[in-house]
Design a protein around this ligand. Structure first.
Ligand SMILES: C[S@@+](CC[C@H](N)C(=O)[O-])C[C@H]1O[C@@H](n2cnc3c(N)ncnc32)[C@H](O)[C@@H]1O
Length: 236
C-alpha cells in the first residue's frame, strides 16, 4: 500500500513513558548473539531517526507493511515473513537477546522482508509511522500485567487502539492474540469502542492458520490456557 507521510503529531498524544508495557530484562547473550548484533544490525535494523519513516524506501513502492510489537524470540515472526515474502515486516522488541536471535534467523533464512527495531514499538508507531500507511499491526501475547495495579501498563488500551486506527491504511488489520482471558475481554471492549476500527473476529480457538503458534503461546497452551485471537479492521 502506498504511504504518504503526514504529520504524526495530529492524533493521539505520545505514549506515557511511566506506563511502559514491558519489563526491563537483562538477558545474558552468548558470543553468537553478540556477533549477530554487531554484524547484522546494519543490514536489518530500521534506520534510526526521529522523523517519519519512508516505508516505500524501506521495502519498495506498493509493498504492504505491517508492524509487529513484541516479537519475543521471533520464531513466529520468521515463519510469517517466510510464508509471505510480499509483505514488509517491521518487528519491534526491547529484549536484546531476542533481537539478536531474530537477526540470526533472518540471516540464516536469507529473508529480506523484515526490518528489526530494538525499541518501544508503541512509541515508534506514534513518532515514525505516517498516518494511514500500514497494512497491519500485530500484537501477539503482549505482557498480560495481571495485577490490577499494573493494568495501566497493558499495551492494548484506548489510546493504543486510537493510535493504531490512525496509522492503519483503510482496510488495514489489527491482529491481537492473548492467552490471558481477562486481557482478551479488555481488548474486545477497547477495540469495539474505537470508532476507527471494526472488530471482525474475537474468540477462543479462532487462530487463523496463517498465524503460527508463538513461543509464548506454546508455553501457555502447555499450562492449559485458552487462546483468543482478535482481528479488527480500519474500514475502507
Ligand atoms: C509475553 S512476550 C510475547 C512474545 C511473542 N510475541 C510470543 O508470543 O512468543 C511479550 C513481548 O513483548 C515485548 N514488548 C512489550 N511491550 C513492548 C513494546 N512497547 N514495544 C516492543 N516490545 C514490547 C516484551 O519485551 C516481550 O518480549
Amino acid at each position: 500500500m502506498p504511504s504518504t507521510p503526514t504529520d504524526a503529531s495530529a492524533t493521539p498524544g505520545p505514549p506515557d513513558d511511566t506506563k511502559r508495557s514491558y519489563k526491563i530484562r537483562r538477558g545474558r547473550m552468548g558470543i553468537t548473539r553478540q556477533v549477530a548484533l554487531d554484524n547484522l544490525a546494519e543490514r536489518y535494523a530500521v534506520p534510526e531517526g526521529e522523523d517519519l519513516l519512508d516505508l516505500a524506501a524501506l521495502f519498495g513502492a506498493e509493498v504492504p507493511v505491517v508492524l509487529e510489537i513484541g516479537f519475543g524470540m521471533g520464531a513466529s515472526t520468521l515463519a510469517m515473513a517466510e510464508a509471505d515474502p510480499g509483505t514488509g515486516v517491521i518487528a519491534s522488541d526491547v529484549h536484546t537477546p531476542g533481537v539478536a536471535g531474530l537477526l540470526l534467523g533472518l540471516d540464516e533464512r536469507g529473508l529480506d522482508n523484515v526490518r528489526v527495531l530494538e525499541a518501544d514499538g508503541r512509541q515508534f508507531l506514534h513518532q515514525r509511522i505516517p498516518s494511514g500507511s500500514l497494512a497491519g499491526v500485530r500484537v501477539y501475547f503482549p505482557d498480560p500485567w495481571p495485577k490490577p495495579r499494573h493494568h495501566k501498563r497493558r499495551l492494548v488500551g484506548p489510546d493504543f487502539a486510537a493510535l493504531v486506527a490512525d496509522r492503519l491504511a483503510p482496510g488495514g488489520l489489527l491482529h491481537c492474540a492473548t492467552d490471558w482471558e481477562p486481557y482478551a475481554e479488555q481488548m474486545l471492549a477497547v477495540l469495539s469502542a474505537e470508532p476507527g476500527l471494526v472488530v471482525e473476529t474475537a474468540g477462543i480457538d479462532t487462530r487463523p492458520d496463517w498465524r503460527p503458534i508463538t513461543g509464548f503461546e506454546a508455553r501457555g497452551l502447555r499450562l492449559g490456557h485458552r487462546v483468543t485471537d482478535l482481528l479488527a479492521r480500519r474500514p475502507v
